[in-house]
Write a protein that binds this ligand. Structure first.
Ligand code: MSP
Length: 519
């Protein structure tokens, strides 16, 4: 048998200065949906997420709260970032913290190699720095401040003044990789996705690359530079390396070659780090560049990126406590074209929950299971002579399976769900047209009734498999009600239309119960 192909997917690692909001959960869910899809297609899948714990931002937050940065990070990880995974039902394979020994030791190893190979030199940085972004800024990255910062230049993302640094630092010769980066984008047009992100990256690199300061010497919360302990590694240089230290770089070559390279999912605000600096670092170390970098859009509030620092963050539990984790996952993956910005609204969420999940999918499942219980004593009937409508349902099952898998391959998550939903709509239309409840009243039409219910049952089985990466809880319940063997996650999603189902159905509670939305 051919070896399963490796699929390694990552989320950015999250700053622990604050608790998560739905923008962070959005990144997690997208990576998780892709991971679950690939896992269920038989790929050797690995999903990594974690936390970014060094740097000035965390240090200042901890100090302001009267604790050490390590204490602060430990608390936030335990109380907020690990619980987020459960809140939105993430099935990650690993969770890395940049304070893990496996990470710190191998950051030093990587850096020492670059130093020994001549990619690092001593220099002086004089310029702006935004602690919110943990990023060196150019004059052109700044905008005029408003309100309390009127008259000052502020960071365009955080709307807060930047700091002026003047430090002796170590620099990474990023500029030496400009040509190789341009060749990479040229040879692999899907290295940076979507197209808009790729164009932006091309623009940056074509307009010239500056070398990057990769150490700081005015505070000590970070990984020590191995040859000069008066410096700590710049937090981004440290953080990007999580993607390889988590899969064995520097300590487990077999694991590393099994997993690496990864597909990275990141927000578009951190595209430059992932699509320019990170591949340059890997090239310098003689390692393979990532499989790809997908830059998704932002969740917006009032036209601006939702953020805690601007007090526009919504906690994921505010949504999941009412609607559940499945609805959270479905809503954000379906309503926003993956790669574009999107606005969240309670009205839109509640409307889609009712129309698509409760009435569209949930009600379909309840009706089919209830009719098999009622008209066939729970025994799944067999298809008899097929009519055109029954054959068409089989064809839709196949089309939906193929189209959703192709969309996942392109990282078009919203299209994958849309393709699966064609089957929801087709099955609802089929029931309306065939009226099994009317057939049930006529004993002469028993064969037809059984064929219709058997066809609908098969369609539901296909749907359960197809939607399981997005709606893991509801589809697990449905799978049990269908009496199908094993768990729905064991069924191949790329072959959903031929999933092995069961003989007897069990009662099914409402998959998406009515909710009362407090205004
Ligand atoms: N620590 C860095 C990443 C290092 S990766 C080597 C970081 N952390 S973050 O916590 O600020 O952001 C993590 C992710 O959340 C980013 O992909 C960011 O784009 C995403 N989001 C933060 N706010 C967001 C929205 N309002 N909408 C969508 N995603 C957003 O950056």
């Amino acid at each position: 048998m051919a070896e399963a192909s490796s699929f390694y997917i990552t989320t950015p690692i999250f700053y622990v200065n604050d608790v998560p909001h739905i923008g962070h959960a959005y990144t997690e869910v997208a990576a998780d949906v892709l991971a679950r899809w690939h896992r269920q297609a038989g790929d050797d899948t690995w999903m990594l997420t974690g936390t970014d714990e060094h740097g000035q931002k965390i240090l200042r937050t901890a100090t302001a709260n009267g604790v050490t940065p390590q204490e602060w990070a430990d608390k936030l990880v335990a109380d907020a970032w690990i619980p987020l995974l459960e809140t939105v039902d993430i099935a990650n394979d690993d969770f890395i913290r940049t304070t893990d020994a496996r990470h710190e030791a191998n950051v030093q190893k990587f850096l020492q190699k670059l130093y020994d190979d001549g990619h690092i030199y001593t220099g002086e940085y004089e310029g702006y720095y935004c602690v919110g972004c943990e990023e060196y800024k150019q004059e052109s990255d700044l905008v005029a401040g408003t309100g309390e910062y009127e008259g000052q230049q502020v960071c365009a993302i955080h709307s807060k003044p930047v700091e002026l640094l003047h430090e002796k630092n170590y620099f990474f010769r990023t500029s030496a990789f400009a040509e190789r980066l341009l060749a990479l984008y040229e040879e692999r047009p899907d290295f940076v996705q979507p197209e808009s992100a790729r164009n932006e990256v091309l623009g940056w690199v074509r307009s010239g690359l500056a070398d990057l300061s990769i150490s700081r010497s005015t505070f000590d919360w970070g990984v020590k530079v191995p040859w000069d302990e008066t410096h700590v590694v710049y937090v981004w240089f440290d953080a990007l390396l999580n993607y390889i230290t988590a899969v064995g770089y520097g300590q487990d070559d077999d694991e590393f070659s099994r997993r690496w390279p990864a597909q990275h999912i990141v927000g578009k605000d951190i595209l430059r780090f992932h699509a320019v600096i990170w591949p340059a670092m890997l090239m310098a170390a003689g390692l393979e560049v990532p499989k790809g970098v997908f830059g998704h859009g932002w969740l917006l509030v009032g036209g601006e990126k939702m953020s805690k620092s601007k007090l526009t963050g919504i906690a994921p539990e505010q949504i999941t406590s009412t609607f559940g984790s499945d609805a959270f996952r479905y809503y954000f993956m379906r309503a926003i074209a993956f790669g574009q910005d999107g606005s969240f609204s309670w009205e839109d969420l509640a409307a889609r929950y009712q129309a698509e999940l409760a009435n569209g999918f949930g009600n379909l499942a309840s009706r089919v299971v209830a009719m098999i219980n009622r008209y066939c004593d729970g025994v799944v009937p067999r298809q008899g002579a097929l009519e055109a409508a029954d054959i068409e349902i089989g064809a839709v099952e196949r089309r939906a399976t193929d189209a959703s898998w192709q969309a996942i391959d392109r990282i078009a998550i919203h299209e994958a769900i849309g393709a699966a939903w064609e089957l929801v709509d087709a099955l609802n239309g089929y029931l309306t047209a065939e009226e099994p409840w009317a057939l049930a009243k006529d004993p002469e039409r028993r064969d037809r009734l059984e064929t219709v219910l058997a066809t609908a049952y098969r369609g539901l089985g296909t749907l359960a498999v197809l939607l399981s990466p997005v709606l893991p809880k509801a589809t697990a319940k449905l799978w049990t009600a269908l009496g199908a063997p094993g768990t729905v996650q064991d069924a191949r999603v790329d072959l959903a239309y031929e999933a092995e189902l069961g003989e007897r159905v069990a009662p099914l509670e409402a998959l998406f119960p009515r909710v009362e939305v407090a205004e």
